[in-house]
Design a binder for this molecule. Structure first.
Ligand code: HMG
Length: 445
């Protein structure tokens, strides 16, 4: 059986950065530790005035193609996952192909293009589509380009404003991949939910507190469905568990939930029993409220154990390093978490080839997916080629006044023109409007 998976990844961060504890918290009259300790965020990425979902996607894809020595003929499919699209008909992938055709001799006329929407989970769904396309033998030896790109902005004053972000992740899906091999081990938790939505509006309507509960409920279902395919999971089975990361504090909750689930009826639960008791079993309770209260108490105790903290430090915390500096990238977030984890392995000299990852994707509305991946032999070289830290460090640090202007520039209902804070170099930039209301782009040398 031919292995199919992610061969290579490139990340493009919005070129501006907002310091959350230093700049945002004081303006909101809030304790900076709400950001650093509570939400787990230091900064958010923002697009400069000449950046948008197309430029970020095209720039990530261009870097990926250059690094892998690809031409348009090598690509049979371009899928863009986004929930920040500005057109209800023409997909972002056509704009991205148009950008790339400015710098390559060939064209992408033969490539199937589309746009996937299901809140933040659409990036993972596009990966699944690419995997299925290749596995079905319809790719004729060609690779798929999957790009997750979003400008995650909330209305000014919304509680979600603290969790904004902007960036793109481009992934090359091939046979015999270098980075991770995907598998048929996957499961879903999906239900009609009204927690976060954008009914024909740019900024989301959010029930923030409920969205956290829905995330956890669907993730638990997805884990159960995953286990019906892959068998019971054990915490030691996975080198890392990258989750969708709207903010690291959310993943703190998801990690604890997954751990409790995975240690049930294992030696770990037995070993912890003297210290914190055994997990409450639903059948032992007449009343649902009493059961849920007992679970909450058990989770609180579990969180404080050394056993859990060590597992969290090794398996979950490394997935959050990049997210802490960039905020929520919606469709790209879980893919940033995967890279963050592998980067940790690379920097700490770990031998990850053959190790498994359990990837927990999520999109509001709502659906979670758990799937297993295996790290491939070539992962080290792929990680070596990335320059994420340099890109994050080179972002322009916004003042509060800058932030207000930039938020307005990217507000579709306003017509604001400001000087860019950075200078584009060897990248695609927004270049104004065409006669049919289309957005135009050019390559800035
Ligand atoms: P909020 O009311 O601003 O914050 O809303 P809070 O008061 O709940 O505080 C946040 C955390 O900081 C809490 O931690 C506080 O205790 C802690 P928790 O109790 O939950 O563990 N805290 C402090 N810690 C230390 N020192 C302090 C301090 N103060 C407070 N001084 C909320 C937070 C996330 C609700 C808001 O930002 C929001 O609405 N965000 C947008 C929605 C969102 O991100 N939801 C996440 C799940 S849904 C999802 O992931 C999908 C999504 O990506 C969209 C998609 O799929 O397309 C959003």
């Amino acid at each position: 059986m031919t292995a199919v998976g992610i061969d290579a990844v490139e990340i493009w961060t919005g070129k501006l950065s907002l310091d959350l504890p230093g700049t945002f918290a004081p303006q909101k009259g809030e304790d900076p530790e709400k950001y650093t300790k509570g939400l787990g965020l230091n900064a958010s990425s923002f697009p400069d005035s000449y950046e948008d979902i197309v430029t970020m996607a095209a720039n990530a894809a261009y870097r990926l193609m250059e690094r892998k020595g690809l031409t348009p003929d090598d690509i049979g499919r371009i899928d863009v996952a986004t929930e920040s699209a500005f057109d209800n008909s023409k997909p972002v992938s056509t704009y991205v192909a148009g950008c790339l055709e400015q710098v390559y001799d060939g064209d992408f006329h033969h490539a199937n293009k589309g746009e996937r929407k299901f809140a933040c989970i659409a990036g993972t769904q596009s990966l699944d589509d690419a995997y299925n396309w290749i596995k079905a033998g319809r790719n004729r030896g060609r690779a798929a380009l999957v790009i997750a790109t979003d400008t995650a902005l909330y209305a000014r004053g919304d509680a979600g404003e603290a969790t904004q972000g902007a960036g793109a992740v481009a992934m090359l899906i091939t046979e015999e991949p270098s980075l991770v091999e995907l598998s048929t081990e996957q499961g879903y938790g999906s239900a009609d939910e009204t927690d976060f939505l954008k009914p024909n509006q740019q900024f989301p309507s959010v029930d923030g507190k409920r969205s956290v509960q829905v995330y956890l409920a669907r993730m638990r279902e997805a884990l159960e469905d995953f286990e019906s395919v892959a068998g019971a999971s054990h915490p030691d089975q996975y080198a890392y568990i990258p989750f969708h990361t709207p903010f690291p504090g959310m993943v703190r909750k998801a990690g604890l939930l997954a751990y409790r689930h995975m240690i049930r009826d294992t030696a770990i639960e037995d070993d912890l029993a003297d210290e914190i008791g055994r997990q409450p079993r639903e059948e032992a309770f007449d009343d649902a409220d009493a059961y849920h209260e007992a679970v909450r108490e058990y989770m609180d105790a579990l969180k404080g154990t050394e056993t859990y903290q060590e597992w969290y430090a090794e398996t979950i915390d490394p997935t959050l390093t990049i997210s802490r500096e960039v905020g929520n990238w919606y469709t790209g977030s879980v893919h940033v978490a995967r890279i963050s984890a592998l980067k940790h392995g690379y920097e700490n000299g770990l031998d990850l080839a053959g190790s498994k990852l359990l990837v927990g994707s999520y999109g509001s509305g709502a659906q979670a997916e758990g799937h297993a991946e295996t790290v491939c032999e070539g992962w080290h070289e792929e990680l070596e080629a990335l320059d994420i830290d340099a890109r994050l460090e080179s972002r322009y640090d916004l003042t509060w006044e800058d932030y207000e202007e930039i938020h307005d520039v990217h507000n579709h209902d306003l017509d604001v023109d400001i000087d860019a804070r950075t200078t584009p170099e060897d990248e695609f930039v927004f270049d104004g409007w065409g006669r049919m209301g289309e957005r135009k782009y050019r390559f800035a040398e």
